[in-house]
Ligand binder design. Structure first.
Ligand SMILES: Cc1cc2nc3c(=O)[nH]c(=O)nc-3n(C[C@H](O)[C@H](O)[C@H](O)COP(=O)(O)OP(=O)(O)OC[C@H]3O[C@@H](n4cnc5c(N)ncnc54)[C@H](O)[C@@H]3O)c2cc1C
Length: 302
């Protein structure tokens, strides 16, 4: 029996969905990428646990895709199962200033819901179009704040389908990085936010958002910052002084608004993007002596 024949047994809830040959370009902000062999929107912890065991039993590659806002998928796609967390895996529960969030919840939704309740700490997240899971994996952040700062615990699932509670320290949050990618999946987190005034928090959230829209490209498809900022410097500044803004390979172009964004302006392929990444790295190294490291994750490349 092939794993593809056994997979439908995992998806038991009407709110969960399974599709074969799903174009991943539909599920990434870059709008780039070939097909995943299978794609599941999974809505319960018990189905996710069954999928973890399935992964182990059949040795089939599985990739959790949050909102695909920090992801470059190969032109040849992903020979495995792409998973998106929905339903009870995207829950939001508030008890005073302690907030329990599912990994599938969107960050902008979390940010808006918290401002309405007068809870401060995630105002920076309105302009980050990822999921809570992606934000935990990446320790996403902006304006001097990072998601890990407000996290007290993280729930992860192992290959046996068991949910494990990690402390903040065990999550190993660093700049745009965490130690969470060693688990099968991140399922959620507990946050501790600061009670405050609804109007002040909402204004702060909107000010951050406005500044972001004014300084970063939002109209064209992209995956956020392509490179990590080197210590004490900004990748965007280095790309700018290297004269690379507007530089284009195939359908991929360095934004003229912010040098650290690569845009899909004309049916770019993943190969176009990677060729442009390599060219930027080589030029910045030559002109400034600094080696840029990519922030965007890759899926489906050997
Ligand atoms: C316009 C734009 C602006 C952006 N601005 C910012 C910004 O200001 N600051 C910032 O930090 N980032 C920014 N980003 C990048 C991106 O939004 C963040 O990195 C975000 O946290 C990624 O979340 P995601 O759900 O989209 O993750 P994805 O891109 O779907 O995945 C990223 C990685 O996390 C893994 N992953 C996702 N969810 C899970 C899970 N539940 N369990 C295990 N692994 C998982 C994926 O497998 C992948 O390796 C921006 C992106 C865009 C497009």
């Amino acid at each position: 029996m092939d794993w593809k024949d056994a997979l439908p047994n995992i998806v038991t809830q009407p709110s969960s969905r399974l599709r074969f040959g799903e174009p991943l370009a539909r599920h990434t902000y870059f709008g780039i990428g070939g097909e995943a062999t299978a794609y599941i929107e999974i809505s319960t912890v018990s189905e996710l646990a069954a999928l973890a065991r399935f992964h182990k039993q059949w040795d089939v590659p599985i990739a959790v895709i949050g909102r695909g806002s920090n992801l470059l998928v190969s032109d040849t796609g992903f020979k495995g199962i792409g998973v998106r967390l929905v339903g009870e895996l995207a829950k939001l529960e508030v008890d005073g200033n302690v907030v329990s969030v599912g990994a599938g919840l969107s960050l902008p939704r979390l940010s808006k819901a918290m401002s309405r309740r007068g809870l401060s700490g995630v105002e920076f997240a309105l302009g980050i179009p990822g999921s809570v899971g992606g934000a935990l994996i990446m320790n996403a952040g902006a304006w001097g704040s990072s998601f890990g700062d407000v996290v007290t615990n993280v729930a992860v699932m192992n290959d046996a389908g068991e949910v494990i509670e990690l402390t903040h320290a065990e999550a190993n949050f660093e700049y745009r990085h965490s130690g969470l990618n060693t688990y099968f999946c991140v399922t959620g987190a507990t946050l501790r936010l600061e009670p405050g005034d609804v109007e002040t928090i909402t204004e702060r959230m909107q000010t951050f958002y406005k500044q972001k829209v004014e300084t970063q490209p939002f109209a064209e498809e992209n995956a956020g910052c392509m490179f990590k900022n080197p210590p004490g410097d900004s990748a965007g500044r280095l790309i700018d002084i290297s004269g690379l803004k507007g530089c284009r390979i195939g359908g991929a172009e360095v934004s003229t608004v912010h040098g650290n964004f690569i845009l899909n302006i004309d049916n770019a392929t993943a190969t176009d993007v990677l060729n442009l990444v390599a060219y930027i790295q080589q030029q910045v190294q030559e002109k400034t002596g600094i080696s840029l490291q990519t922030e965007v994750k890759r899926l489906g490349f050997d």
